[in-house]
Design a protein around this ligand. Structure first.
Ligand code: ASP
Length: 326
């Protein structure tokens, strides 16, 4: 009996306790787009920064408690999904037909397991459904009514489509319809994402969005597509994107960053910069956040702003909105 206890204590000392002492890093984004400094008042900036801070602080607390990167990615994204400030969950943008249709995805760097849902109208927290797909189904991506039925089966909270309504996003749709103007990058600002290196050395990435205002015909962007809007691999990095999804899909954006690190030995910062250059060459707009297996973080974008922030076990922390801030 004594031997057995000693064995378990040794196990605890060797494997579990040291893990808590290791480095961790969390990076989040709340969307990239056209953000004129003079059009966002101090109060509004503060509101965004406070919400980003709340999400980062929760993430840090959970990581310190020894939670896995996957658990923390989901819970951090839940904070942003539940806030009407962002284009994800409550506050999602409207489709051409006046609905809110949500996409989300998640990927684990250790196993390369991934899950995604696309075009759902009633799952309160889409990132939770993406996680259920990853952990409790034999598939990677489910869409529409099927995805909702699966979420219900897994016991997730479903809500009427009206739950996602916010006046601001509804007005944005009305304006586009009235002027029959093209969607501008500003109309889709607010996708949320989180990438984490946890204290066990594992990476995870997640992204959640309402897509683009005025989207038609069941349009799906990059956010629920593994390799485009989200990617994670313990060998390289975890990536979450935000921007004009069509370009991100065409570039295989998130996976390309990982590939540049793996095959060309670029750092996470260099790879993200390079990928944003490729986006600019195609006249696409947006941003990306990433963290590598050592806790180095990157937050790159080619728009005038990206809601973003990071926190590291070293104590380094940053929360910023505009491109001339850091
Ligand atoms: N990437 C999202 C999409 O195209 C939108 C965004 O990130 O702003 O659906």
């Amino acid at each position: 009996m004594k031997k057995r206890i000693l064995f378990f204590v040794a196990l605890l000392l060797v494997f579990i306790l040291p893990a808590h002492g290791k480095e961790y890093a969390i990076v989040i984004h709340g969307g990239a787009g056209v953000m004129a400094k003079d059009k966002m008042n101090e109060e509004s900036r503060l509101r965004y920064k406070e919400k980003l801070n709340e999400a980062l602080m929760l993430g840090e607390k959970l990581l310190k408690e020894g939670k896995s990167a996957t658990d923390v990615v989901v819970q951090v994204i839940n904070v942003l999904e539940d806030s009407p400030l962002f284009n994800a969950g409550k506050g999602a943008v409207f489709t051409h037909d006046g609905f809110n249709e949500l996409d989300a995805s998640i990927m684990e760097g250790k196993t390369l397991n991934a899950g995604a849902i696309a075009g759902v109208r009633d799952v309160k927290n889409p990132i939770n459904a993406a996680r259920e797909v990853m952990q409790n189904s034999e598939h990677v991506m489910l869409s529409g009514e099927g995805a909702s039925a699966f979420a219900r089966q897994q016991g997730l909270e479903l809500v009427p489509n009206s739950y996602f309504y916010t006046e601001r996003r509804y007005k944005s749709l009305q304006q586009i319809l009235k002027h029959e103007r093209q969607n501008t990058p500003n109309d889709k600002t607010g996708t949320v994402g989180c990438v984490i290196l946890d204290s066990y050395g594992n990476l995870c990435a997640g992204t959640s969005t309402g897509g683009m205002t005025n989207k038609k015909y069941g349009r799906i962007g990059d956010s629920p597509i593994i390799g485009a809007g989200t990617y994670a691999n313990n060998k390289t990095c975890a990536v979450s994107c935000t921007g004009h999804g069509e370009y991100y899909i065409r570039l295989g954006f998130a996976r390309d960053i990982s590939a540049m690190m793996e095959y060309q030995n670029l750092s996470v910062g260099e790879a993200c910069k390079k990928e944003i250059e490729k986006l600019s060459e195609l006249n696409g707009t947006g941003g990306v956040i990433a963290v590598d297996a050592y806790g180095n973080v990157a937050m790159e974008f080619n728009t005038s702003g990206m809601f973003r922030g990071f926190i590291k076990s070293s104590g380094e922390k940053e929360i910023a909105i505009f491109n001339d801030e850091n």
